[in-house]
Design a protein around this ligand. Structure first.
Ligand SMILES: [Zn+2]
Length: 116
């Protein structure tokens, strides 16, 4: 995005220079040169606009792809669902000993230990 802005600013500067030169050539009544420079200024302005629009489109596509990767069933969300499964298992654990012993032992004060 920054490179696109630098490119757009450079194009705008070049276009303004062409426009200034077109005015000077117009004042000197050198119409063919004034016309060519005015055309160059218009092309620079249009290209700067195109550069900004293309950068905005690329950014929108990147944001949409990132959003889709975070919220769809593939990619990073698969890790998120795995993390959700781990959280569910952790919340079902009655005590730390049960969790670390893979469900084979309980701590002395565990409610499930006393209940079963
Ligand atoms: Zn327990």
């Amino acid at each position: 995005m920054l490179a696109a802005r630098i490119r757009a600013v450079a194009l705008a500067g070049t276009g303004l220079s062409c426009l200034a030169m077109a005015v000077l050539y117009g004042q000197a009544r050198l119409w063919p040169a004034a016309f060519v420079l005015a055309t160059g200024a218009a092309v620079c302005a249009d290209t700067a606009r195109h550069v900004c629009e293309a950068a905005a489109e690329r950014r929108a596509l990147a944001v949409a792809a990132e959003h889709a990767a975070r919220h769809d069933g593939a990619g990073p969300s698969a890790d998120a669902s795995h993390g959700d499964a781990v959280l569910i298992e952790l919340s079902a654990a009655c005590c730390e000993m049960w969790w670390t012993s893979i469900g084979t032992e309980h701590t002395q004060d565990c409610t499930r230990q006393r209940g079963t």
